[in-house]
Design a binder for this molecule. Structure first.
Ligand code: PLP
Length: 396
């Protein structure tokens, strides 16, 4: 590509075209550069690259052209200055924490975040003298009350998993900035196709590229998006030194994923909407959690903040765990797995899998009932998904 003004392009054009700097070979698709190191024309050039006087590739732990194409494209899609690609979603979160925090600092996090994120904060960061307070995603007063002079980061996911609570990103970014903190949003469930947190006031966006950015369940990867100062310098510094970098092959797979991201996210959301409405009127279903339903407590906020409701639908089955397991075990099409963000619909029982390590009291507090089933709605014909669930539900 020549130098274009990417900002003028629509989202889908950006998703297809940004970041490919065509080589003299004239390739149409983005090339993969499977090389660990790069060759210099002279000793002087090597010295200039290492000293930073001259930009350019040195070693793929630092930079790689395929990875850079992915980074440039995702940065533009999120509306951020800078993106750093990582080996996984968790290494994106870890690198952000290591890059921005030191002993004595404090995090305030939503209690409804990915299980490994809670573990990273509680078990590992505490060893280095970094504490985390967990609060209810939607209790703005609790966020405010948890802030300390040493608080540096506010961390959340919206919609939350598995109950799809929606947080007001603008409100929380105002709170963060009034107290000199940065707001970090894990944008895994919406992706920039449905929600751009930086445009709503967040400072940093985290991705598990493993989920919808790939979208077809092939590779593990992650990313951090934000300003040059915070992401381009502080987080990138951790990456190039400590090394949780993305491989060029994975970056290439994610690039192909980004090209169809907008189409897929709207198709996931349409299927999820049909399924949620159908579940809501099923006699064996007690409650459906889905931001696209008028009955969702933050439906209005979700429809303002997001372009579509997303793919995650959770519901309580009457009859608790045995009934939930019957529904799950009666499926023949859906995949019984805790993963999400795939063309293939997945079904899981949070109380005994993702939230199985919590005590019953902790689970109750988190709102995870024994009859809860979570579906990450894929791109199959929605009638087949309904029929697959009806088999178990109708037998109860
Ligand atoms: C999966 C996930 C992560 C972790 O990503 P990995 O790529 O598995 O390391 C972080 N946040 C959310 C919301 C996720 O779903």
């Amino acid at each position: 590509m020549g130098e274009q003004n990417y900002g003028d392009w629509g989202f889908s054009t950006q998703a297809v075209r940004v970041g490919h700097h065509r080589t003299p070979e004239g390739e149409h698709a983005e090339p993969i550069f499977p090389t660990s190191s790069f060759v210099f024309r002279s000793a002087a050039e090597a010295a200039a690259r290492f000293s930073g006087d001259e930009p350019g590739n040195i070693y793929s732990r630092f930079t790689n052209p395929t990875v850079r194409t992915f980074e440039e494209r995702l940065a533009v899609l999120e509306g951020g200055e800078c993106c750093v690609a990582t080996a996984s979603g968790m290494s994106a979160i870890m690198s952000t924490c290591i890059g921005l925090l030191q002993t004595g600092d404090h995090i305030v996090s939503s209690q409804s975040v990915f299980g490994s994120t809670t573990m990273l904060f509680n078990k590992y960061l505490t060893r280095f003298g970094i504490e985390t307070s967990f609060v209810d995603l939607n209790d703005l007063q609790a966020w405010e009350a948890a802030l300390r002079p040493e608080t540096k980061l506010l961390f959340l996911e919206t919609p939350s998993n598995p109950l799809t609570d929606v947080a007001d990103i603008t409100h929380l970014s105002e709170l963060a900035h009034a107290r000199d903190c940065l707001l970090v949003v894990d944008n895994c469930f919406c992706t920039p196709a449905l929600q751009q947190p930086l445009k709503l006031g967040a400072d940093i966006v985290i991705h598990s590229a493993t989920k919808f950015l790939d979208g077809q369940g092939r590779c593990v990867g992650g990313a951090v998006v934000g300003s040059q100062e915070v992401v381009g310098d502080a987080v990138f510094g951790v990456l190039r030194t400590a090394g949780p970098t993305m491989s060029p092959f994975n970056a290439w797979v994610f690039l192909k994923g980004l090209e169809t991201l907008e189409l897929r996210m709207h198709a996931h959301s349409r299927n999820a909407q049909v399924l949620a409405e159908w579940l809501e009127q099923h006699p064996q279903v007690e409650h459906v959690y889905f931001p696209g339903l008028a009955s969702h407590p933050q439906h209005t906020l979700a429809m303002k903040q997001q372009r579509a409701p997303g793919s995650i639908v959770s519901f309580n089955v009457k009859g608790g765990q045995p009934a939930a397991w019957t529904v799950i075990d009666s499926t023949r099409v859906l995949s019984i797995t805790a993963n999400l963000g795939d063309t293939k619909t997945t079904i899981t029982h949070p109380a005994t899998t993702t939230h199985g390590r919590l005590t019953p009291e902790e689970r109750t507090q988190a709102g995870i009932q024994n009859g809860l089933v979570r579906i990450a709605v894929g791109l199959e014909n929605v009638e087949d998904i309904k029929n697959d669930l009806a088999r178990g539900l109708d037998s109860l």
